[in-house]
Design a protein around this ligand. Structure first.
Ligand code: HEM
Ligand SMILES: *[C@@H]1O[C@H](CO)[C@@H](O)[C@H](O)[C@H]1NC(C)=O
Ligand SMILES: *[C@@H]1O[C@H](CO)[C@@H](O)[C@H](O)[C@H]1NC(C)=O
Length: 323
């Protein structure tokens, strides 16, 4: 027994070392190389929010779509190149917007410290600062992520759940990156802000109304989405939360308890006994929601970061640096 124990204690530093090789993230990583990096990021996010409030909404969704696909490595931001499809153009990224304003943030950082701050850190920090602009919690985030040299468009469908996937699949997806059921319920609270296009709603309205949808709400949604075959290019949508559409608050949980969720996955949080207790708790307590949202977003933001030579610092977030 004691030999086994000491064997374990000998092994422990090795394991820790191996682990830290994979995650070089630290608080204030740019304190020497670019001391104003985090301030500049915040200034830009604030400015953009005052011009286009929904940029802050986009920054939160970006973190999800970047980090859950392989790693938080800004692979999401790459344009299609050399015959490779881009992640942002894949069907699962439908509705994502404001990518051009990432360049605005990056330019401000390049002016201050060229080739120093990664696009992956911009994705993380902008999500953090965007959440604050939307009345959400302040989340302490580490930095030091590197940018990928490739895009993983073919992985997107396997990594990002679809709007109508089962709760079991959703829970196992998040579990695979270290996020438990409570954290998953909290992360979906991001659907307290932003919008859903009619293409992702009409299957719950036509030909018959989904019985898990509040009938009055269904009527309202039919007004927003009058055709069962919306033109995917038309900007026809419903807001996630009619009461506080631009506030990252627990109204989402109150809505889904009242059968006013837009996506099937939103409604499933209420009908699934594994998630329902957390929905009730979050609906009752905004502070608890914010606490769990922060915890889970931080775990998501640290998923599998690239270490030193696996990645690079992109000059332009849309392209890998040429060799
Ligand atoms: C099971 C997991 C999830 C699914 C299936 C899902 C699906 C979707 C869909 C279908 C839309 C609407 C797209 C459109 O029609 O325009 C959407 C919007 C959004 N999602 Fe999720 N999502 C999930 C989890 C998350 C997470 C974890 C976050 C962030 C923490 C997030 C943040 C957002 C935001 C902010 C929007 C609004 C975007 C905007 O208005 O521009 N989602 N999501
Ligand atoms: C494009 O695909 C090739 C191989 O198919 C790969 O080597 C290259 O890294 C990819 N480029 C990008 C930008 O992902
Ligand atoms: C989920 O929605 C997609 C369209 O977004 C559809 O092709 C698919 O059949 C749906 N799956 C289920 C299980 O309803």
């Amino acid at each position: 027994m004691s030999t086994l124990k000491s064997f374990f204690f000998l092994l422990l530093p090795l394991l820790l070392q191996f682990h830290s090789g994979k995650s070089d993230l630290q608080l204030n990583y740019y304190s020497e190389s670019c001391p104003r990096a985090e301030d500049i990021n915040k200034e830009q996010v604030t400015k953009l929010y005052h011009k286009h409030g929904n940029t802050a909404v986009s920054w939160i969704r970006n973190l999800f779509h970047d980090c859950v696909v392989k790693s938080c490595d800004a692979s999401l931001l790459l344009d299609a190149a050399n015959g490779n499809e881009s992640e942002k153009a894949s069907s699962r990224s439908f509705g994502m917007r404001n990518f051009k304003y990432i360049n605005t943030i990056k330019e401000a950082l390049e002016n201050e410290c060229p080739m120093t701050v990664s696009c992956a850190d911009i994705v993380a920090l902008s999500a953090r600062d965007g959440a604050v602009m939307l009345g959400g919690p302040y989340i302490q985030m580490k930095t030091g992520r590197k940018d990928s040299k490739e895009t993983y468009a073919s992985e997107v469908e396997n990594s990002i759940p679809n709007h109508n996937d089962t709760m079991s699949l959703v829970l196992s997806t998040f579990q695979s990156i270290g996020i438990d059921t409570e954290g998953t319920v909290a992360l979906l609270g991001a659907h307290s802000v932003g919008r859903v296009h009619c293409t992702n709603i009409v299957h719950r309205l036509y030909p018959t109304v989904d019985p898990t949808l509040d009938p009055d709400y269904a009527e309202y949604l039919k007004g927003r989405c009058p055709s069962p075959y919306p033109d995917p290019k038309a900007v026809e949508y419903a807001r996630n939360d009619r009461e506080t559409p631009m506030v990252l608050d627990n109204m989402y949980y109150k809505n889904i308890l009242n059968h006013k969720g837009l996506l099937i996955v939103d409604q499933e949080l209420v009908s699934d006994p594994r998630t329902y207790p957390f929905v009730e708790k979050m609906a009752a307590d905004n502070g608890y929601f914010h606490e769990q949202f922060s915890r889970a977003l931080m775990i998501m933001s640290e998923n599998n970061p690239l270490s030193g030579d696996e990645g690079e610092i992109r000059r332009d977030c849309r392209f890998v640096n040429s060799k």
